[in-house]
Structure formats: structure tokens, C-alpha cells
Write a protein that binds this ligand. Structure first.
Ligand code: IPM
Ligand code: MG
Length: 367
């Protein structure tokens, strides 16, 4: 049997630093668990632009289509702010999502016990929180046409289009219901059916799909009310399904409930490939954090946990995924903290590498 293949795209900013720690975990699995991945590495984002004049080279795109899973760090940075829109680092990521057709973006927001005090919300509101946001990732206002900046009379007009077909809503809804079946069997769908026709259609299609999942308790909320409820009492939710733009906003909000963006992984999944595995890309929810890049301050946990999601969703290694998650949990319980997880002065934070090494030590202890 051939080894499972992974394409690693560290990207920009803190991406390469956090990915170095993930490489340690991947190597650990080869050495200690006999699970060897064929790993290749390439460029995406600003660094790809610097080398090739495009944020994603066609060869890299082709490789991404062939491997079993892609693991991405982060893209973007102030250096690229004034680039033409078509070659901005983010376009590289968006092209990957679109051409791999990764329509279902899983963003768990889980509050690690040791971090419950660290949230900006009260401890009892967030302790034990475990919700999953399923964000539609390949359509909606991110990709809808017409789009652009046009001349209209004597001024310019900026246009983007929110557009959803029934089949696009249907497939992401199904992936959310499937997940809900494996979790708490509760699904809340969020849109703005009170002001948007696309929201009306969204609600209708999700309701229709729900008939195939009679065990799942389905509810609907306007996305603005959803944001309010997420901060008021987030534990009322199990799985949330929403469109691309609302999902972008709500997942940042949900992430912060848990204390730090530096802890949160994500999986972007598409249709099954010939080998039965879904097309898949895994990436931390955080960005490239250019302000701390290259200083060894970044928290590698989100990227490490993204690799754990790859173990679970691409390679059917749920137990090994849990092993990684528990190792991270143990490290936090032992008090190891990168700078993003500290609000007291006078404590020296762990570096990116120290955090990675602590996770490796916890993995060793798990054997
Ligand atoms: C995210 C990011 C991206 C998005 C950017 C980097 C294009 O904010 O993954 O949430 O808007 O989807
Ligand atoms: Mg975002």
C-alpha cells in the first residue's frame, strides 16, 4: 500500500514557523506509530507571488488536486497590500478552495479546560464549549458574478453578488446534518431570510434536506441574532450551518469565545475522490499575523490541531487524532502557554518551538 500523501503549503507570516512544529508531529508519527506520510512542500500566497508572480502556481494547483490532503499555514502580509487584487496572496487560497471544490468548511470552536479563564466571556459561559460551524466555502458573495468596480455616470460603483443555487445549499446542508448525526444531533442554520432572497432559498432548501434527517433537531436563526446568541449563551448550539460570508464572521466570533484564535483548526472538505477520501485542505483559522512573524512567538496549536483533523477526516485515524488533541490538552493543563494565551505580565511565554516540543513530549507520554 502506498503511503498517504500530504502537500504542505506553509505560506506567509507565521505560517512557516507553525508548520515547522507540525512537521515534527508528522515525523513523530513516522518514527513512533509507523504511520508515514509522503510529504511534499510548495509555495502559496505572497511567497509564491515573490517567486512566480502569482499567489498560486499552476503546478502547485495541480499537485494539490493529486494529494490525499493539503495542509496550509497562512497567507498574506502588509508587503502585499498594494498588489493588484488578482494577485493578492488571498487569491491563492481562494483558488485552492474553488478549484478543489471544497464546499464544506468545518470550524470547531472548542474551549480547552485550561483556557476557560482566558476567554473574554465569563467562565461558565464558555467552559466545556464544543460547537462546530459548517461554513459554505465555494460560493456566495465571495465568488458571485457580477463583481467588480464599475463606472456609473460620474462615479464608481463597487459590486459583489450573493448567489446560491439549490444544489450548493443542499450539499453543504447534508454535510452539516451528517456531522450533527455524529455529534449532538442539533443543527442551527443561519441566514438573513428577512432581507435576502438567497436567505429565503437557503432556509427552504435546508428545511427540505432536514426531512432526510428526522433525528436531527433543526432550527433557523437570522445571522445577526445568531451572532448575538453566540456571545450570550454559546452552549445552546451544537452544529451551525451558514453561508460563506456569515460563516467567515461567525467563525471568528466563535473562535474568540474559546480564548484565542491560536487554538483553532479547520477542515475544508469536498466531494470524495476515487480512493473514497474527500478532497481536503486543512488550515488554522488564524491568519499570517505579520506583526509577530519570525519571532518565535506564534502558537502552533491551531496548525497542529489542523493536522489532527486531517488524521480524522482524510485518513480515518480518529484515535490518532484524539491522541494529538489530548496531547495539546495536556500541554495546556501543564501550564505551557505561548504569548497569545497569557494575560499576566511577568510570565515568560513559551516559544513556538517550545510549544511544539511540549506536544511531542505529551505524545511520547501517551504511548
Ligand atoms: C478565513 C479568512 C479568509 C476568508 C481570507 C484570508 C481570504 O478570513 O479563512 O476565514 O475570508 O475566507
Ligand atoms: Mg476569516
Amino acid at each position: 500500500m502506498t503511503n498517504p500523501s500530504l502537500l504542505i503549503l506553509p505560506g506567509d507570516g507565521i505560517g512557516p514557523e507553525v508548520m515547522t512544529e507540525v512537521r515534527k508531529i508528522i515525523d513523530w508519527f513516522g518514527a513512533k506509530r509507523g504511520i508515514t506520510f509522503d510529504v511534499s512542500e510548495d509555495l502559496v500566497g505572497g511567497c509564491a507571488y515573490d517567486k512566480h508572480g502569482t499567489p498560486l502556481h499552476d503546478d502547485t494547483m495541480a499537485k494539490a488536486q493529486e494529494v490525499d490532503a493539503v495542509l496550509l499555514g497562512a497567507v498574506g502580509g502588509p508587503k502585499y497590500d498594494n498588489l493588484d487584487f488578482s494577485v493578492k496572496p488571498e487569491r491563492g487560497l481562494l483558488r485552492l478552495r474553488k478549484e478543489m471544490d471544497l464546499f464544506s468548511n468545518l470550524r470547531p470552536a472548542q474551549c480547552f479546560d485550561a483556557l476557560a479563564d482566558f476567554s473574554s466571556l465569563k467562565k461558565d459561559v464558555v467552559a466545556g464549549l464544543d460547537i462546530m460551524i459548517v461554513r459554505e466555502l465555494t460560493s456566495g458573495v465571495y465568488f458571485g458574478e457580477p463583481r467588480g468596480i464599475f463606472e456609473e455616470g460620474n462615479e464608481r460603483v463597487g459590486i459583489n453578488t450573493q448567489r446560491y443555487t439549490e444544489s450548493e445549499i443542499d450539499r453543504v446542508a447534508r454535510s452539516a446534518f451528517d456531522l450533527a448525526m455524529k455529534r449532538g444531533k442539533k443543527l442551527c442554520s443561519m441566514e438573513k431570510a428577512n432581507v435576502m432572497e438567497s436567505g429565503i432559498l437557503w432556509r427552504e432548501v435546508v428545511t427540505e434536506v432536514g426531512k432526510d434527517y428526522p433525528e436531527v433537531e433543526l432550527s433557523h436563526m437570522y445571522a445577526d441574532a445568531g451572532a448575538m446568541q453566540l456571545t450570550r449563551w454559546p452552549k445552546q448550539f451544537d452544529v451551525i450551518v451558514t453561508d460563506n460570508l456569515f460563516g467567515d464572521l461567525l467563525s471568528d466570533l466563535a473562535a474568540m469565545l474559546t480564548g484565542s484564535l491560536g487554538m483553532l483548526p479547520s477542515a475544508s472538505l469536498g466531494a470524495p475522490m476515487d480512493n473514497g477520501r474527500p478532497k481536503a485542505l486543512y488550515e488554522p483559522v488564524h491568519g499570517s499575523a505579520p506583526d509577530i512573524a519570525g519571532q518565535g512567538k506564534a502558537n502552533p496549536c491551531a496548525c497542529i490541531l489542523s493536522f489532527a483533523m486531517a488524521l480524522r477526516y482524510s485518513f480515518d485515524m480518529g484515535e490518532e487524532a484524539t491522541r494529538v488533541e489530548q496531547a495539546v490538552n495536556k500541554v495546556l493543563g501543564d501550564g505551557v502557554r505561548t504569548a497569545d494565551l497569557l494575560n499576566e505580565e511577568g510570565i515568560t511565554p513559551a516559544t513556538t518551538a517550545e510549544m511544539g516540543d511540549a506536544v511531542i513530549a505529551a505524545l511520547d507520554a501517551s504511548l
